[in-house]
Ligand binder design. Sequence first.
Ligand code: UT7
Length: 330
Amino acid sequence: MGLYQAGITGIGSCLPEKVLTNFDLEKIVDTSDEWIRTRSGIEKRRIVEDNQATSDIAIEAARRAIEDAGIQPEELDLIICATVTPDYLFPATACLLQDRLGAKNAAAFDMEAGCSGFVYGLSIATQFIRTGCYQKILVIGAETLSKIMNWKDRATCVLFGDGAGAVIVERVDTGGIVGVHLGSDGAGGVFLDMPAGGSKQPASKVSVEEDQHYIRMDGSQVFRFAVKVMGKAAEEVLKMAGWTSEDIDLMIPHQANIRIIDSAAKRLNLPSDKVFVNLPKYGNTSSASIPIALDEAFHSGKIKKGDKVILVGFGAGLTWAAAAIEWTKE
Ligand code: UT7
């Protein structure tokens, strides 16, 4: 523990308006609503318009979080944007947001830890607040996964959606973010990646013709990994916070697959009313899934001051991340 406690003081999210249902997907690839629902738990997802980039939904989520915290953009010291679908490889999407928000006193950077990105970002913000280095930090998880989706690949295109969520992290008197646990296993990186567009395989006519600029995933390998790490990461962070699973008021897991969420809940002995799920509505929005769920949970009254909340995710890298939060926001 450092000098100060860090807590979440504002939350917001933004979901694109356009809805793509499982039945819509039946017309695009060889799949069925029944397969998607029973294998993943997803019923529909939101998709941005062609002219919308990640920053266009991230900014709405950020504005809502800033307003919710009752602060001004000029008060921000730092903006961290977790995303695997930045507007550009560079400049950072966080810098685009810094400019559009008018956050003229903020440093800004993007970070990428797959679907664990938001919790990684939250942990970075926590360290800056604990040391007293910064006072007000905006952490965003935002994705337009539809832009890197191979709409001919039924094994991936039925799973993902677009969205953005954001929080403000500030100093609090007691409680707040009382534990963070991060991990990685780079040997599993090949199971979930986007092969081209980086320095290993720069964009070329061939890379485009060979569909190398899309998400590529070995679903069953990622599934096995996720089942293994979700419960374990939650247990690690519980230990760090000095809590047991009985203390948990609400767990907010990464929304990827209902079977993965159920297995983590089972390992922790958590009844279903203590596990927040909005996966059927939005699908897997990668680094945006946890802050979107947190926003819905808080603003629908499912989290109250004093509650013990666990965030836990896994994703490309491979990575995992968990946070224990004693809720301080009224
Ligand atoms: O944020 C992290 C991102 N990734 C994940 O969370 C993914 C984790 N993995 C999963 O969620 C699951 O592995 C999937 C939902 C992707 C797949 O479920 P599964 O129970 O592991 O199915 P499977 O991959 O073993 O495929 C079963 C069958 C296959 O057919 P055969 O070989 O048994 O004849 C697939 O070809 O289902 C077929 N299949 C489909 N059928 C209809 C795969 N995708 C589809 C589809 N519609 N969309």
